[in-house]
Design a protein around this ligand. Structure first.
Ligand SMILES: Cc1cc2nc3c(=O)[nH]c(=O)nc-3n(C[C@H](O)[C@H](O)[C@H](O)COP(=O)(O)OP(=O)(O)OC[C@H]3O[C@@H](n4cnc5c(N)ncnc54)[C@H](O)[C@@H]3O)c2cc1C
Length: 489
C-alpha cells in the first residue's frame, strides 16, 4: 500500500494504519518537502481524542510537541448581528429531565432563568480562561468539561511523521511526476521525478487540493457547493501570543467572510476566510491585519479553494483523504475530523481481498452523508444572519438552502425540538446553540414541561446554575494548567 502525500491527512493515516496493522503490511508514504503542506488546520473538535487513543498518543506529550492548547468552544462574534456574540461550546448544556431535553425547561422559564449558556460548564470555563481535565463535576451527575485542542499544523504533521516512522512506516521524499494506470484503469504505480516507480495494489491519495491520483489521474469529479458556502479564499498569518491564553477559538464575521483566531502556546494563528465575489484580496488583507490582537509575525499567506466534496472518496483502487477528498469551511473545525472518520471507515471496510464493489459503495455512501450533514450545519451560520444591508450577508440570508437544513430549522421553529441520531457528528446541544445564537426562535416549548410544577422547574434551573458556577471557580487558569502539565520546551 502507498500513501501519497504527507500533510496532516497522510501522517494521520500512516500513524493509524501502523498502529492497527503493525508490521503485517508494508506501507510507504511519499511526500515532497519541496511542495510542502498547506500548513493551516489548527483547531479541532473533541472526537480527536478518540484518534489519539487509537494511535496511543500521550495527550501531554502531544501538546508539548505541537505547542498545543485546550479548546472548549468556538466564539462567534458579529455573526447574527454586529455587536452580538455567542458560543458553540462542546459538551452538554444543562441536564435533561424526565425524558424531555433540558432546553425546553429553560425556554419555559426564560424570563427568569438567565442565558442558555449559564448552563454550560464549558462556556463558564472558557469565558474565565480556566481549564482542568474534569470528567464529571464531583458529587453530582453532571458531566465535566469536554475538550479538543488547538495546535501548530506543521508541528502536528512532523510529530505524527516521527511517530509513524518509529512504528515502521517507510517514507520517501520525492515528487510524484506521474500516475501509471493498468489497462482496466486502476492505478498501478506512481512515477517519481527521479525515475523510480512505486507500485502497489492500493493507494491512499493525501496530496491535498491537487488530488494527484483521485482527480488528476482518475478524473473522479467534484461536487461544487459554493452556491451555499461561497467563501473561496483565505489569508493566514501568525501573530504574537496574547494573554490570557484563551481556551477557545474565536470566529469574527467581517464584511464578506470571517476571521479566525487560534491561541497556541508560542503564537496565535489567524486567518481571514472570504468570498472573492464580494471583496478583493487587498481589502481582505487589510481587514485581517487590522483585526489582529497582536503584532503579525509574517506576511499573510493566500490560499484558494472551492467548497464541496469529491464525487467518490473511494474510486477504483484509490481512497482519498483530507483536502484531496474535499473542503467545506474551517468554520467548525471539521476537516481533521473528516480525515479521522475516513480512516476509521477504511479500517472497517479494509480492501483485504477480492472484489470490493459492495464495501466501496458503502464507503462512498457513508462519506457523502457525513459531508452533507456537516455542510448543513455550516450553512446555518451563514444563512440565519440579520446583517441586513451588507451585500454578502444579504446574499447568504436569501440563498436557497438544502431541503435537509430547511426541514431542521422549521422543525425547531414548530416544536423547539432537535432530532439527531447517535451517528450524527453535531448533536442536540450544538444545533441548539447555533440555532439560538443565530436568532432562530421556536414558537413554543414541549407541552410535557408543564408536568413539572413551576416552582420545581425554577428550582431545578437555579440549582444547576449554582453547581456550574461553583465548579468553575475550582478550575485553575488555562495557562497555569498548561505550564504545569504540557508546556512546550
Ligand atoms: C484556510 C484553511 C483553514 C483550515 N482550518 C482548519 C481547522 O481549523 N481545523 C481543521 O480541522 N481543518 C482545517 N483546515 C483543513 C486542514 O488544513 C486540512 O484538512 C489538513 O491540513 C489536511 O491537509 P492535507 O494533508 O489533506 O493536505 P496538505 O497539507 O496540502 O498535504 C498535501 C501533501 O501532499 C504532498 N504532495 C502534493 N502533491 C505532491 C506531488 N506531486 N508529489 C509528492 N507529494 C505531493 C505535499 O507535499 C504534502 O505532503 C483548514 C484548511 C484551510 C484551507
Amino acid at each position: 500500500m502507498v500513501i501519497a502525500g504527507g500533510g496532516t491527512a497522510g501522517w494521520m493515516t500512516a500513524a493509524a494504519l501502523a498502529r492497527v496493522l503493525g508490521p503485517r503490511l508494508t506501507i510507504t508514504l511519499v511526500e515532497s518537502s519541496e511542495i510542502g503542506i498547506v500548513g493551516v488546520g489548527e483547531a479541532t473538535i473533541p472526537a480527536i481524542r478518540e484518534f489519539n487513543k487509537l494511535v496511543k498518543l500521550d495527550e501531554d506529550e502531544f501538546l508539548r510537541q505541537t505547542q498545543g492548547t485546550f479548546k472548549l468552544a468556538i466564539e462567534f462574534v458579529n455573526w447574527w448581528e454586529k455587536g452580538h456574540s455567542y458560543m458553540h461550546t462542546f459538551g452538554p448544556v444543562g441536564r435533561d429531565l424526565a425524558y424531555i431535553p433540558f432546553h425546553h425547561y429553560w425556554l419555559r422559564e426564560q424570563a427568569t432563568a438567565g442565558s442558555l449558556w449559564d448552563y454550560s460548564f464549558n462556556w463558564r470555563a472558557a469565558k474565565e480562561a480556566r481549564f482542568a481535565r474534569v470528567e464529571q463535576i464531583s458529587n453530582t451527575p453532571l458531566a465535566g468539561l469536554t475538550w479538543a485542542f488547538h495546535f501548530d499544523a506543521s508541528l502536528y504533521a512532523a510529530y505524527l511523521s516521527r511517530f509513524a516512522q518509529k512504528m515502521g512506516m517507510r517514507r520517501i521524499d520525492a515528487k510524484i511526476a506521474g500516475v501509471l494506470q493498468a489497462p482496466d484503469g486502476d492505478v498501478r504505480a506512481l512515477k517519481l521525478e527521479d525515475g523510480r516507480e512505486l507500485a502497489a495494489d492500493f493507494f491512499i491519495d493525501c496530496t491535498g487540493f491537487r488530488g494527484v491520483l483521485i482527480e488528476q489521474a482518475l478524473k473522479t469529479g467534484y461536487e461544487d457547493w459554493s452556491r451555499w458556502l461561497p467563501c473561496d479564499r483565505a489569508m493566514a498569518v501568525p501573530s504574537a501570543r496574547t494573554s490570557p491564553l484563551l481556551p477557545y477559538t474565536r470566529s469574527t464575521a467581517l464584511e464578506a467572510g470571517w476571521q479566525w483566531r487560534i491561541p497556541l502556546q508560542h503564537r496565535t494563528g489567524n486567518g481571514h476566510v472570504y468570498c472573492s465575489a464580494h471583496t478583493s484580496d487587498e481589502r481582505a488583507r487589510e481587514l485581517l491585519l487590522a483585526n489582529l490582537d497582536s503584532e503579525p509575525l509574517a506576511e499573510p499567506r493566500p490560499i484558494r479553494f472551492t467548497t464541496g466534496r469529491r464525487k467518490l472518496l473511494w474510486n477504483r483502487n484509490v481512497v482519498c483523504m483530507g483536502l484531496a477528498s474535499g473542503f467545506l469551511e474551517p468554520l467548525e473545525s471539521t476537516s481533521i475530523h473528516l480525515i479521522q472518520v475516513t480512516i476509521q471507515r477504511l479500517i472497517l471496510l479494509f480492501p483485504h481481498h477480492g472484489d470490493c464493489e459492495t464495501r466501496r459503495a458503502e464507503f462512498n455512501r457513508a462519506a457523502a452523508s457525513e459531508y452533507e450533514y456537516i455542510r448543513d450545519f455550516i450553512i446555518l451560520h451563514y444563512y440565519a444572519n440579520n446583517r441586513v444591508g451588507e451585500p454578502f450577508w444579504d446574499a447568504c440570508r436569501n440563498m436557497s438552502i438544502p431541503e435537509s437544513l430547511a426541514h431542521k430549522i422549521e422543525l425547531f421553529r414548530e416544536t423547539a425540538g432537535i432530532f439527531c441520531t447517535n451517528d450524527d457528528l453535531f448533536r442536540l446541544s450544538s444545533w441548539l446553540q447555533v440555532l439560538w445564537g443565530q436568532g432562530v426562535r421556536p414558537r413554543g416549548t414541549h407541552p410535557f414541561v408543564e408536568a413539572v410544577a413551576p416552582q420545581d422547574r425554577a428550582g431545578y434551573l437555579r440549582d444547576l446554575r449554582g453547581l456550574f458556577a461553583q465548579a468553575t471557580q475550582q478550575l485553575p487558569d488555562h495557562a497555569d494548567f498548561i505550564a504545569r502539565h504540557c508546556k512546550a520546551q
